[in-house]
Every structure is written in C-alpha cells, then in structure tokens.
Design a protein around this ligand. Structure first.
Ligand code: HEM
Length: 226
C-alpha cells in the first residue's frame, strides 16, 4: 500500500466517523431514539432477522470478492489496494452486523439470552445447536478479519491458511440461517442461500483447479532436487 493510499484510507475513516457522529447526533435530537425497542414487541425480532440476513449477504459478497481476488479474475479492472480494502471493509461490516444481530437477542422479550449465551457457542435457550453454529462462525470470521492488518507480521503462509477458515465460516453460517432462521420457510430465502452456496463452490473449484494447473508436476520437482 502506498503512502498516499494510506492517507486516503485514514481520511475516509475519519470522514465516515464524522458523518456517523453527526447523523447520530441529529437523530437523537429528532427524538427518534425515544421510540425504544420495547414499544413494539416484535420490533427486536424483525431486527434480528433482517440484520442476520444483511450480515449473510455481506459475508457472501466478501467471500465471492475474495475468490475473485485470489483467482485474479478482477486484477485487470480493479486496482489491488482498492480491491483489498473493499474485501477487508465488507468483512468488517459482516462481522459487526453479525455481532449486532446476536446482541439484539438480549433485548428480545421472548427469549432470555445473556451475553455469555451470545459469546459461547451452543449455550443459548433457543435451538442451541444451529444458533451455536452462528456463534462459532462469528469467532472464525473474527480471526480471519483480524488477520487482514496482521498479514505482514504473521507471514503470507499463515495468513493464507487462516483465510481457509472463511469457507468453513460461510458453510456454518449457511446451516445456521437455514436451521435457526424464521425466514428459512420462504422460497426467496432458500433461493438466496442456494445461489450463494453454488457460486462459492463453483468459484472455489475454479480457483483450486487453477492452483493445481500452475503448480509444477511432482516428477519435475524431484528431478530438480537431485
Ligand atoms: C456473522 C455471523 C452471523 C450471520 C451472518 C448470521 C446470519 C443469520 C441468518 C441469515 C439468520 C436467518 C434470519 C431470518 O430468519 O431471516 C439468522 C438467524 C438467527 N441467528 Fe444468526 N448469524 C450470525 C451470528 C449469530 C450469532 C453470534 C448469534 C447469537 C447467538 C446468532 C443468533 C441467531 C438466532 C437466534 C437466529 C434465529 C432468529 C429468528 O429467526 O427468530 N446469529 N442468523
């Protein structure tokens, strides 16, 4: 990353924080926060479902974009630093929204979730197995996302290995959504998940095929060692 790109990044972060701060300030002055989560008994439930769905779409987008990057499908039309920043940013957004989605359970009057039930997998009162997969996926995504800024320190090899966890996380979140989600009964929801899984599997297959075609044959390596 060049010096000017780093400064552009920092400027964007500060600018976004100022915009978010000003928006929050003006919203609080307008009195919209007075309409608390408990004024409508179903509001929290709707928020849990919608935030889960958006977090899933972001995770899907980040996984697909990551596969585009590693297969070098976008290298001719998207500059490397921008592509990587986009990938990292979408991952962080998916993670934050996924966490917010879990935290909202603490405000749901229907269940009695505590913070430890959100953080420790398979301990909550509602469908502990399938909900636990969401928590496990959250920790995996956190490990992968934290590795973005640590890439130089931990080395390329470990960074790449850590990145394979994101496919496991994507699989776990898909099962989580299908078995824990209220909306899993809707065709649109299942269609979204099916298209997502098919795309990820296809792109992953293409990428592994490309890797294999590029690696030198076994005999040639043996010959070179002699
Ligand atoms: C990045 C991580 C996560 C993603 C992408 C995710 C995604 C989803 C999706 C797509 C649904 C289905 C929503 C619907 O029916 O429309 C869902 C449901 C659910 N998730 Fe997550 N989830 C994540 C993490 C978590 C965590 C950490 C918890 C906390 C324990 C959790 C608890 C739940 C529960 C209880 C439901 C069922 C909600 C309902 O339909 O009543 N999820 N999640």
């Amino acid at each position: 990353m060049t010096h000017s790109t780093r400064w552009a990044d920092r400027f964007m972060v500060v600018f976004s924080l100022v915009v978010i701060g000003l928006s929050a300030w003006s919203l609080s002055r307008s009195g919209v926060f007075d309409y608390t989560l408990h004024q409508d008994e179903k509001l929290v439930w709707y928020l849990i479902r919608s935030s889960g769905l958006v977090a899933y779409v972001l995770l899907l987008a980040s996984t697909i974009w990551g596969l585009f990057l590693s297969s070098q499908l976008v290298k001719d039309w998207s500059p490397g630093p921008i592509s990587l920043t986009l990938h990292g940013t979408i991952s962080w957004l998916a993670l934050l929204l996924g966490f917010g989605h879990g935290l909202l359970l603490m405000f749901d009057d229907y269940f009695s979730y505590r913070l430890e039930n959100i953080l420790v997998p398979f301990t909550g009162p509602y469908r502990p197995e399938s909900v636990g997969l969401g928590t496990t996926a959250f920790w995996l995504i956190l490990a992968v996302t934290l590795s973005f800024p640590l890439r130089k320190r931990i080395g390329n090899q470990l960074w790449k290995r850590l990145h394979y966890l994101s496919y496991a996380a994507f699989g776990l979140v898909t099962v989580h959504g299908l078995f824990a989600g209220t909306d899993a009964e809707y065709t649109g929801f299942r269609l979204l998940m099916s298209v997502g899984v098919v795309l990820v599997v296809l792109l992953l297959g293409m990428r592994l095929g490309k890797d294999q075609a590029q690696s030198p044959p076994q005999t040639a390596r043996k010959g070179a060692a002699r």
